[in-house]
Design a protein around this ligand. Structure first.
Ligand SMILES: Nc1ncnc2c1ncn2[C@@H]1O[C@H](COP(=O)(O)OP(=O)(O)OP(=O)(O)O)[C@@H](O)[C@H]1O
Ligand SMILES: [Mg+2]
Length: 292
């Protein structure tokens, strides 16, 4: 399902002394099956933007189109139920999404809520738990007695159990250790590649954005500053430094080498893979000149 924002404004607590305009004239397009990262400093409107994707927030003005559904300020709750099944959302601090007495009941809740039989939901719970790298032993445990990383995985399993077409993740790896982060990111990428799930990721890790995203939406003060490939975003020093956006470590290293005369031919590497490709090219060119 394609996602389209047209002139979207969002105002928190309108007509009150606390009124705050969190999104201003947002226009963007997210292709079906793509992997899009949303980045920007704290308070730039990332969580506000993604809450529009399952109708949790409705635009104050403008419209959000998701597949055939158009969401405006006047849409009724009853028109959103189908969307809520298709868009899975893992909130910032997903541990707070867990509420049932056991892990199994927690994961089963979504499928049962959407009309799946208890028996089938049990099967789905096992499969989803396996997908996030936890074994059956966790099924009967209380979500409250798990570690932070395990809770995060269980919350993700609960979202995957509904088999969403669009998966929206708000900083899913924040606070996890290096291995835990990598495992979750690989799993998310696998969902995109194998199940063609559209992935929308809010992230503070520019390494993750450079490694996994195909498209980046850069927000500042509730406005879309730029939508482009990670390569284009991170090589645009003017924008990244003006907005205080970190660049991936590889790009920092490449900039250091650039200042010392290394010619990257206009495009700085943003991750290990593109850096390795650059090195390979250099070695091949060196070999050729030696043969001549
Ligand atoms: N319920 C609310 N009432 C009023 N203002 C709010 C409310 N929720 C968020 N805001 C404001 O809207 C702006 C955008 O908030 P949002 O949570 O979307 O930012 P964010 O980019 O997700 O930040 P972070 O990186 O810290 O998660 C912030 O200035 C915030 O203070
Ligand atoms: Mg946020």
């Amino acid at each position: 399902m394609e996602i389209l924002f047209k002139n979207v404004d969002y105002i928190y607590q309108p007509n009150s002394p606390f009124q705050f305009k969190a999104l201003t004239d947002v226009n963007l397009k997210i292709e079906s099956g793509s992997f899009t990262a949303i980045i920007g400093k704290t308070g730039s409107g990332k969580s506000t933007l993604i809450r529009h994707l399952n109708g949790l927030l409705k635009p104050s003005s403008g419209e959000v189109k998701i597949g055939n559904l158009t969401i405006t300020s006047s849409i009724k709750e009853s028109q959103l139920s189908d969307l809520r099944r298709k868009v899975g959302m893992l909130f910032q601090f997903p541990e707070q999404q867990l509420f049932a007495d056991t892990v199994e009941h927690d994961i089963e809740f979504g499928p049962i809520n959407f009309g799946t039989t208890k028996e089938k939901a049990k099967k789905i719970a096992r499969e989803s738990l396996k997908k996030v790298g936890l074994n059956d032993e966790f099924l009967n445990r209380s979500p409250l007695e798990l570690s932070g990383g395990q809770m995060r995985r269980v919350a993700l399993a609960g979202v995957l159990a509904v088999k969403p077409d669009i998966l929206v993740l708000d900083e899913p790896t924040a606070g996890l250790d290096f291995i835990g982060k990598k495992e979750i990111m690989k799993l998310i990428k696998k969902l995109q590649l194998e199940e063609h799930t559209t992935i929308i990721l809010v992230s503070n890790s520019m390494e993750d954005v450079a490694d996994y995203a195909e498209e980046v939406i850069l927000l500042s003060k509730g406005k879309v500053i730029k939508q482009a490939s990670p390569n284009k975003i991170f090589s645009n020093k003017e924008i990244t430094s003006a907005l205080g956006i970190e660049t991936p470590q590889t790009t920092v290293l490449a900039e250091f080498l650039l200042e010392r005369g290394v010619d990257f031919k206009g495009s700085l590497p943003i991750n290990e893979k593109s850096f390795n490709n650059f090195l390979k090219k250099i070695f091949e060119e060196k070999k050729k000149t030696r043969i001549l």
